[in-house]
Design a protein around this ligand. Structure first.
Ligand code: BGC
Length: 834
């Protein structure tokens, strides 16, 4: 095989035949590109995604390191640790044979409801851009290609493929393009993924003004652009528009017959095709440097002590301490503590959709807290908060293994002669079979799976089973039909919004008795809600199981526990079933009876620490009564340990909110226009996204952008600002004046004194930050160099250029967007445009 050094892109390009060229500009399957062995062009492997490397399969994927979700990563405000997080992703890529990582996700949370809000970094363009740049640099430092996504304005999920984002040029440039510009200029990613949606009438994956003119010509970036999965919509326009690779394969728009014909008839210029191929070959050259073989093995060899230690530190740095009245926290291990809540015994470790992965292991708050104590704390679930019943796989056994025995057949269970084509024993309960492959499968991928396992209840009572599918399924307990998701099916949001609701059924079971649980599944072609043209492939199935509880009784039990313990840790929040891909949340409240549970427990014991886990904000109606509140996102493998470390002071919390937490949905900038209506979504809030909106409107929020407490105290003093024509130097002293070691984030905002005369402007905008670790009593000087034009410019729509206006500006420094303690001014002498 030629080395990367000897791989001469222009020479290879000149030797490719037309059909080879066309083959290179589309994937061959879900995760790979085409090879041309005669010219030593290997097939490349792509893999999701933003919080770890799932590898090449949704179904039965090889376990991986799971990092905290994007909003959590940005809440570290720590460029160094994010760089290391990028390095870890690259190491994972080597162990999964992956050349190209499909991440980071870096869209903007216009509002709190975005289904994939958890994946992206921040409501603020600068923080999002800097966080992405650090991760990209870390990934690329080890030779792996990164792919920031989804370029651009995929800030909601609702009807994402057909949604037309109607946005002003000013907001497009200042809010939505800006994070990509920062990340691409600083991080120099090798790839870029386009968004599904249109922007101002044109699908981004074929918009030459964005892909060719903006990204390549204006920003000078020369990497490889791929579409999101099934996000290519045309042949000619997309090639001319600058889209290098259609994903996934096999291609729908780039076959030889069509493209070859267009080239021969000069309908499509050969130079446009060559430009696409050249970018793919450059990516191949880049990938060759890694030495990662074609179709390499996927392993778990990176599941090491070092990986776990790093993930634990990373996860604890994401945690934001929101309330700590009377120094309720950290708790002492000697205190008598009860752990309550629906999220205590489950690991809400990542969001849903393509970001979800099968983690090496997970940690739950309950287990991690218990490990710190000499006794097993009292526990009650309080209420349920799930959208789908908890996975049955982890609760059942087949032989000595946890999980179901799965037998794959070509014929349905009604046939006496069946051809067994595959068999697994898997403890997972959700099987997305979209990329399940078996060479014995017929073209339409019709197959059947029989699941079998035994369930032995720990308590007698009523149990509920659930099935959500793309396909059909029935669940039997001791041969009695309990759930029927076959005879009558109802559309829901499971499996990327393609599947059914969860059909449920209940049955009385006796403690200690062994019950046979059997599920008969038919793949996607049996789906009665099958829509022609839907990309269902093998389909999917999720099997759930939970004991039926009387939630009012559970709340009473929790109140009793709260009264009989010194302190309570109350774990609430969302999970990856609510925050996922292809749909948005419909409200901002906690699910089920959680608010009631919190209110009752707080009344019973004010010494309650509430731990909320969600990727984006939820409403806290009981906030005034709460004395201790921690926000812990989805923390990855080590999420539970990180929560416990913070609660007991083994880690001093230092995260700061990457998003404003509004009081209620009606207060948010996108309350009137978040979703797609009749094919378009209006970005009516314009540049006033996040804190820029709340500040301008003088609207009270639950917790402001950039906010987060510590167990120690810091003083930020002596702001000095000097400026030249191009550079702004900002220096401050930070001192840890408290009793424990900790970290503070110095936040630098810029405001201008020109008022809103010419154009309306935010009260202030984040333009710099630095995290500093200080031992108790330690002092450091922080020096920041900022580019003047990036710090003061706005996008002038009349001129269609960025504009710097002469005048007086202010540097505002604080430890949160609403706690500015220092202010200095500087002047810009000359106005200019670019
Ligand atoms: C997502 C992408 C992801 C791709 C491959 C799409 O549904 O939008 O972010 O990389 O699938 O899983």
């Amino acid at each position: 095989m030629t080395s990367s050094k000897d791989f001469d892109v222009e020479s290879v390009l000149s030797q490719l035949t037309l059909d080879e060229k066309i083959s290179l500009i589309a994937g061959i399957d879900f995760w790979h590109t085409a090879a041309v062995p005669r010219l030593d062009i290997p097939s490349l492997r792509f893999s999701d995604g933003p919080n770890g490397l799932r590898g090449t399969r949704f179904f039965n994927s090889v376990p991986a390191a799971c990092l905290p979700c994007g909003t959590g990563l940005a809440a570290t405000w720590d460029k160094d640790i994010l760089y290391q997080a990028g390095e870890l992703m690259a190491t994972e890529a080597y162990s999964k044979g992956v050349h190209v990582i499909l991440g980071p996700t870096m869209n903007i949370q216009r509002g709190p409801l975005g289904g994939r809000g958890f994946e992206s970094f921040s409501e603020d363009s600068y923080l999002a851009g800097k966080a992405a740049a650090s991760i990209i640099k870390g990934i690329e430092s080890k030779g792996i290609a990164s792919t920031p996504k989804h370029f651009v304005c995929n800030d909601l999920e609702h009807e994402r493929e057909s949604s037309n984002t109607v946005v002003t040029p000013r907001a497009l440039n200042e809010i939505y393009l800006e994070p990509f510009r920062i990340a691409m200029e600083e991080g120099k990613p090798t790839c870029l993924m386009t968004a599904y949606n249109k922007v101002n009438g044109v699908h981004v994956s074929q918009d030459g003004t964005l892909l060719n003119d903006k990204v390549r010509d204006e920003w000078g970036w020369n990497g490889c652009i791929m579409s999101d999965w099934y996000g290519t919509y045309t042949s000619k326009e997309a090639i001319e528009g600058g889209l290098d690779i259609e994903m996934p394969g096999p291609t729908a728009f780039r076959n030889y017959r069509e493209i070859g014909h267009m080239i021969r008839t000069r309908e499509l210029h050969i130079n446009d095709l060559n430009d696409r191929v050249r970018n793919v070959l450059n990516l191949v050259k880049h990938a060759k440097k890694t030495g990662i073989p074609e179709n390499g093995e996927e392993s778990t060899k990176n599941n090491t002590k070092e990986t776990s230690e790093f993930l634990r530190k990373l996860a604890s740095d994401t945690v934001v301490l929101l309330k700590n009245k009377n120094e309720l926290l950290p708790l002492k291990k000697s205190e008598k503590i009860a752990v309550i809540g629906p999220n205590a015994k489950v690991a809400s470790y990542c969001g849903g959709g393509s970001a979800a992965l099968n983690a090496y292991y997970t940690t739950t708050p309950f287990d991690s807290i218990s490990k710190k104590l000499d006794y097993r704390p009292d526990y009650s679930v309080g209420c349920y908060s799930h959208k789908y019943l908890p996975g049955a796989g982890e609760q059942v056994k087949n032989g000595d293994s946890t999980g179901f025995d799965m037998k794959f057949y070509l014929e349905p269970p009604t046939e006496s002669k069946r051809t067994l084509i595959d068999q697994y024993s898997i403890s997972l309960s959700s099987h997305h079979l979209v990329d399940y492959y078996n060479d014995k499968l017929p073209k339409d991928r019709l197959f059947y799976i029989d699941f079998e396992a035994y369930f032995t209840p720990e308590e007698s009572g009523e149990y509920e089973f659930g099935l959500a599918v793309v396909g059909t399924a029935q669940l039997f307990v001791n041969d009695k039909l309990v759930v029927d998701n076959k005879s009558k099916q109802t559309k829901g949001t499971s499996f990327f919004n393609c599947g059914t609701i969860e059909e449920r059924g209940t049955i009385d079971l006796k403690q200690g008795k062994k019950y046979k649980v059997r599920v008969e599944f038919g793949s996607a072609p049996t789906y009665t809600l099958y829509e022609k043209g839907g990309e269902y492939f093998g389909g999917g199935i999720r099997i759930g199981l939970a004991k039926v509880i009387n939630e009012e009784e559970e709340i009473k039990k929790s109140v009793e526990l709260a009264k009989s313990n010194d302190k309570v840790i109350l774990c609430i929040g969302l999970n990856g079933d609510f925050e996922s891909e292809s749909f948005d949340r419909s409200h901002m409240k906690l699910e089920g009876l959680q608010d009631k549970l919190v209110e009752e427990v707080l009344k019973a014991n004010p010494n309650t620490i509430i731990v909320n886990q969600s990727g984006t904000p939820v409403e806290f109606p009981w906030l005034n009564e709460a004395n201790g509140l921690i926000h812990a996102w989805y923390g990855g493998n080590e999420g539970g340990n990180a929560i416990a470390d913070v609660i007991f002071g083994d880690a001093n919390p230092n995260g700061k909110l990457s998003l404003t937490f509004p009081k209620k949905l009606q207060d948010t900038p996108t309350y009137l226009n978040f979703r797609t209506e009749k094919g378009r979504v209006l970005y009516g809030e314009d540049i006033f996204v996040g804190y820029k909106y709340y500040e301008k409107m003088e609207r009270d929020v639950a917790f402001p952008f950039g906010f987060g407490l510590s167990y120690t105290k810091f003083e930020i003093k002596n702001l000095k600002v000097t400026s030249s024509e191009s550079e702004l130097s900002v220096s401050v002293n930070v001192e840890n004046v408290g009793k424990v070691d900790g970290a503070e984030v110095v936040q630098v905002y810029i405001s201008n004194d020109n008022g809103d005369e010419n154009v309306i402007r935010p009260i202030k905008e984040l333009k710099g930050f630095e995290k500093v670790y200080l031992k108790s009593g330690e002092k450091k000087t922080i020096d920041l160099k900022l580019r003047v034009k990036d710090s003061v410019a706005f996008f002038d729509e009349y001129e269609n250029k960025w504009s710097v206006e002469a005048g007086e500006y202010h540097v505002l420094v604080g430890d949160s967007s609403d706690n500015i303690t220092l202010k200095e001014s500087f002047n810009v002498e000359k106005s200019y445009l670019w």
